[in-house]
Design a protein around this ligand. Structure first.
Ligand SMILES: Nc1ncnc2c1ncn2[C@@H]1O[C@H](COP(=O)(O)OP(=O)(O)OP(=O)(O)O)[C@@H](O)[C@H]1O
Ligand SMILES: [Mg+2]
Length: 1022
């Protein structure tokens, strides 16, 4: 099987491996492994760095070493911090998604909630590696994803807004980072039982106070000074006696770097003012805080001259004036305090003048003290505002905590001083904690899984921690001793003492103790510590001064320095109307001033605060974020291998990896492993019914794992080599394709079938409903029909009765149907005489309707008729009057209208006088036969001698001719229609006769009796 798997993978080749999600292990060729424990060659630093490089090129800035997150600063905004990303990581198993700071945050949050165990996230890395950004991302993640209420929202806002304030007062532009945190920060976020943030607390460590009075070239003082000068309102600056020009202030010009392109002081000022009010500072407090900031600037501008005696005197009175006003002390006291020191000689206090150099350093010491203490006051004030209020959250008695540690990483410069010593000591402590906790948790896991613990070889740095911190024998103790020793203690005597006391220590070397080779790279004023991360040379110059808190350490000097000022301040606060800054009053406690007990040195203070921090961290479950800076130029996309190798070494990442990989490269809970790979074995696919451990065992046996390649614990499988896992992963990738096809087919079939079933069901449902509706309609229709029929029959039976409920329907129906029938069959023309038979009840109405209808038709007909046609019809009417039922060929003439073209009035008029003229009869009458012939006789009166007799004429249109002639001659009543013969006059009294007889055809002959015989066919029998 194993060979088969490998063959499968080979057949696919690198091209065949489909690159899917970044989280897929199969994408490792392109994007490297997302967990360094999966590196084949886990001891190789080159392989480690190559993996980082591959991922960095793809903008994958996060990689795990087990549960440790390695983060490379991208120096550009990546689209991986959106709300969607936060949602993606919320509540998801750590290993199911690609490495991200949100995964670490969510994991810590979930562990806190489910296991009710306090958590801490330790962020380390060198300056500019992205620690502060990382801590902000974590805070934002909690602010967005944790449950919220109105009160919780206030806490969330304050937690978020504490950052800009602390950054303004504690961050500065350095050569390495434009926003470098110059203090260490540990922040607790408190959550109530619902997981909502209800409070917070901040611890600050080792603020770099020296920056207040001096900055290296290209660096700046703390941001707040520039923000105030650039962004402060005119009014405010006037009140503070400041000018809007940073170049005016000695404390701001040392680094010769007033402006930084990546920083907008004016906008930042607005953000800080807003943040201060969110946190709960009132206007007076803000004003007082700014008074102190302005005082520091004025203090920096206080200059000293030298009298002839060498004593210092103040040359800048304006500054004293402002300082007196801002601090609320009298100018003369201030002047004296800055130029004198109080010494106690034989129990008596005396004022001894300082020279100008001493006065300047006293002034700087005062500035540092004031700024440093104000910073601590600010942190305390923020803490008060973040403090989780019992009365507000009564249900949050048992708040759980997630701590965030944003602290300087290992520092190695050309010249390393007291600060680097403290910082590197802090990192030694953190490394010790890390090793202890990681090994402990590894060992615990093995134990709980019932797997034999194989001892891991690792470098235990306790020896170095002891070298630094051991009581009486440690470097800090020796330093303290030297600081307190009366006499001529100096940095070099301290070095000597070190050589004498810890000279033989394996991790300590000085120039004197070193071999020839080492000597070459060490100065005489240096000592070297062999830290777990590498060797660092520390220059002892300034160690004593820095360890002594000048203001308090040396009582003699204390009196001489600012304490006098502050003493005056405090007194003034109590005695005069002048109001000394209440912030300073809180910062410099009166009791502290009068307390004769020796205050702690800086190193001891730091050691103690570190011990407390370790205690805090030990009580919590840690998560680690190791930040790496890819280049010194703050450039995106540049991967400087040398710089990174250096950090990998100093962050102890290879050591991390070695510890983590000591036993097994990969471990997963049985259910997770089985769930992922069960498809690779027929026995476990699709589901394993038995115990999980048996399932995993069956699966790995089927896959051909060799016994030395894995171990089965109580709840987890441990795989020793990454290659074993990768081969399994590759096999899964191959299997996925066939599974995907099968799944697709099944799914398609299933989805189509369910679609079909759904449709079918719907169709049946619709059908049933529709049928029901149809049946209801049919039933209703039948019922109505039966009712109608019943009513009809009943009506029919009662039809003869007067109108009553039984017959009214029938009667109405009969009327209605008659009327409807009438409406459909109304006569179309006046000649159409048809008319439906009405029911008895409507006889009268029918008759009236019929008349109306006829009138209407006639009226319509008449309206449509033209004058010519009317004239023609009038002629036809005349013809009818004359000939109807009298002459045989009249009916034939009826349909044909008289044509005016044949004979009109004008043509007739020359011979026949007009009817309208005075009666002058031309002829008395006209005779015509009743047969169908066309003969007619115009009888001419005989008294007219000129007349030659009657006129016998023949016309093819005899009806028309005679009608027109009769009309023209006004002889309508004088047309004789004769049945047999017509007599006519033939000139001078002579008479002729025309005999008409019916015959078969028209024949005109002269009869023997001299008559004219006309035979005409009979067309109509009368
Ligand atoms: N995840 C990130 N995405 C984008 N830019 C980042 C990220 N992390 C850091 N940076 C960039 O790097 C700069 C330095 O980061 P940051 O201030 O967090 O460093 P630091 O480790 O806190 O340094 P220091 O020790 O000096 O305080 C940031 O101002 C920002 O420009
Ligand atoms: Mg920082």
């Amino acid at each position: 099987m194993w060979t088969m798997l490998r063959a499968c993978v080979c057949a696919l080749g690198s091209e065949g491996v489909r690159v899917m999600m970044e989280s897929a292990l199969t994408a490792r060729d392109r994007v490297g492994v997302q967990d360094f424990v999966l590196l084949e060659n886990h001891t190789s630093e080159a392989a480690f760095i190559e993996n980082l490089r591959k991922r960095f090129k793809e903008n994958l800035i996060y990689t795990y070493i087990g549960s440790v997150l390695v983060s490379v600063n991208p120096y550009k905004e990546l689209e991986i911090y959106t709300k969607q990303h936060m949602e993606r990581y919320r509540g998801v198993n750590f290993y199911e998604v690609s490495p991200h700071i949100y995964a670490v945050s969510d994991n810590a949050y979930r562990s806190m909630r489910t296991e009710r165990r306090d958590q801490c996230i330790l962020i380390s890395g060198e300056s500019g590696a992205g620690k502060t950004e990382a801590s902000k991302k974590i805070l934002q993640y909690y602010a967005v994803t944790c449950p919220a209420s109105e009160q919780v929202q206030t806490v969330k806002d304050r937690l978020l807004q504490s950052n800009p304030v602390l950054e303004a007062f504690g961050n500065a532009k350095t050569l390495r980072n434009d926003n470098s945190s110059r203090f260490g920060k540990y922040m607790d976020i408190q959550f109530d039982f619902r997981g909502a943030p209800v409070g917070g607390h901040i611890l600050n460590y080792l603020l770099e106070k020296s920056r207040v009075v001096h900055q290296n070239h290209g660096e700046r003082n703390f941001h707040i000074f520039y923000q105030l000068i650039e962004g402060g309102e005119e009014d405010l600056l006037r009140r503070l006696g400041l000018e809007r020009n940073t170049q005016q202030y000695q404390y701001l010009v040392k680094g010769n770097c007033p402006k930084v392109s990546s920083i907008n002081d004016r906008n930042d000022w607005k953000a800080v003012r807003k943040a201060l009010s969110v946190i709960g500072f009132n206007d007076d407090e803000v004003e007082e805080l700014l008074n102190i900031i302005a005082s520091v600037l004025h203090l920096g501008n206080v200059q000293f001259g030298a009298e002839e005696s060498g004593n210092a005197y103040i040359t800048t009175d304006t500054q004293i004036k402002y300082l007196a006003r801002l601090l609320g002390v009298e100018g003369s006291i201030l002047k004296e305090a800055l130029t004198h020191k109080k010494i106690i000689a034989k129990g008596e206090e005396l004022m001894s003048p300082l020279n100008s150099e001493q006065a300047a350093s006293a002034r700087d010491a005062l500035s540092k003290a004031v700024y440093g203490r104000t910073f601590t006051w600010l942190v305390n004030k923020i803490n008060l505002s973040l403090a989780y209020k019992d009365d507000l959250y009564p249900l949050s008695k048992n708040a759980s905590v997630i701590g965030l540690l944003d602290i300087y990483g290992f520092e190695v410069f050309q010249q390393n001083s007291f600060e680097q010593f403290c910082i590197n000591y802090c990192n030694e402590k953190l490394q010790q904690l890390f090793i202890e906790l990681t090994l402990k948790s590894e060992q615990e896991e093995y134990e709980s899984e019932g797997i034999t613990w194989e001892p891991v070889q690792f470098f235990n740095n306790k020896i170095i921690c002891d070298l630094v911190e051991e009581k009486f024998k440690g470097i800090i103790s020796i330093l303290d001793e030297e600081c307190l020793r009366p006499g001529d203690a100096s940095d070099l005597t301290f070095l000597e003492k070190l050589e004498n006391t810890v000279g033989g220590h394996a991790h300590f070397v000085t120039h004197k103790l070193a071999d020839g080779k080492t000597r070459k790279v060490m100065g005489r004023e240096e000592f070297r510590l062999l830290h777990y991360a590498g060797e660092v040379n520390y220059n002892v110059n300034g160690f004593l001064d820095k360890n002594n808190d000048l203001l308090f350490r040396n009582l003699k000097e204390v009196r001489a320095l600012g304490l006098t000022v502050l003493f005056c301040c405090v007194n003034a606060h109590h005695t005069s109307s002048l109001c000394c800054s209440s912030i300073l009053t809180q910062c410099f406690d009166r009791e502290e001033l009068t307390d004769k007990k020796r205050p702690e040195t800086t190193a001891t203070q730091f050691k103690n605060s570190l011990a407390k921090l370790m205690e805090i961290l030990m009580s919590k479950e840690p998560s680690y974020i190791r930040c790496i800076k890819p280049n010194d130029a703050k450039q995106a996309g540049r991967f400087d291998e040398v710089l990174i190798r250096h950090q990998v070494k100093y962050l102890g990442l290879m050591e991390n990896l070695r510890v983590r990989r000591a036993g097994f490269a990969y471990r997963r809970r049985y259910e997770v492993f089985l769930q992922r790979y069960k498809s690779l074995c027929p026995d476990t696919w699709p589901n394993w019914k038995g115990r999980l451990a048996d399932g995993v065992s069956t699966l790995v046996k089927h896959l051909g794992y060799k016994p030395e390649e894995y171990k089965l614990g109580r709840s987890k499988i441990f795989i020793r080599f990454p290659k074993t896992l990768f081969a399994t992963e590759d096999a899964l990738e191959v299997r996925k394709h066939s599974l995907a096809t099968k799944l697709q087919a099944c799914w398609r079939g299933y989805s189509q079938k369910s679609k079909y079933l759904k449709m079918r069901h719907s169709a049946i449902l619709i059908q049933a409903w529709w049928r029901g509706i149809l049946a209801l309609r049919e039933a209703k229709r039948r019922r109505t029909a039966a009712d109608t029929i019943r009513r009809f029959i009943k009506g029919f039976i009662y039809r003869k009765q007067p109108r009553c409920p039984e017959n009214e329907y029938f009667l109405d129906y009969v009327r209605y149907s008659f009327l409807m029938n009438l409406w459909r069959n109304l006569p179309k023309t006046v000649l159409d005489k048809s008319w439906p038979t009405p029911p008895p009840a409507l006889t009268e109405a029918s008759e009236q309707l019929r008349n109306l209808c006829m009138q209407n038709m006639v009226w319509t007909y008449c309206k449509r008729i033209s004058p010519e046609r009317k004239h023609q019809l009038e002629q036809k009417l005349v013809a009818s009057e004359i000939f109807k039922d009298k002459k045989d060929n009249y009916p034939q003439s009826v349909p044909k209208l008289f044509a005016s073209t044949r004979l009109n009035g004008e043509e007739i008029s020359p011979k026949v006088p007009n009817a309208h003229e005075p009666c002058h009869p031309v002829f008395p009458c006209i005779s015509v036969s009743s047969l169908s012939d066309g003969l007619f006789v115009l009888h001419v009166p005989c008294e007219d001698n000129k007349q030659k007799g009657d006129v016998v004429l023949q016309s093819d249109h005899v009806i028309e001719t005679l009608t027109k002639v009769a009309i023209c001659a006004d002889k309508i009543n004088n047309v004789n229609i004769s049945q047999g013969s017509i007599k006519f006059t033939v000139g001078r009294g002579k008479e002729g006769v025309i005999d008409f007889t019916p015959g078969s055809e028209l024949l005109v002959t002269k009869a023997k009796n001299g008559h004219l015989s006309v035979t005409a066919p009979r067309l109509n029998s009368r």
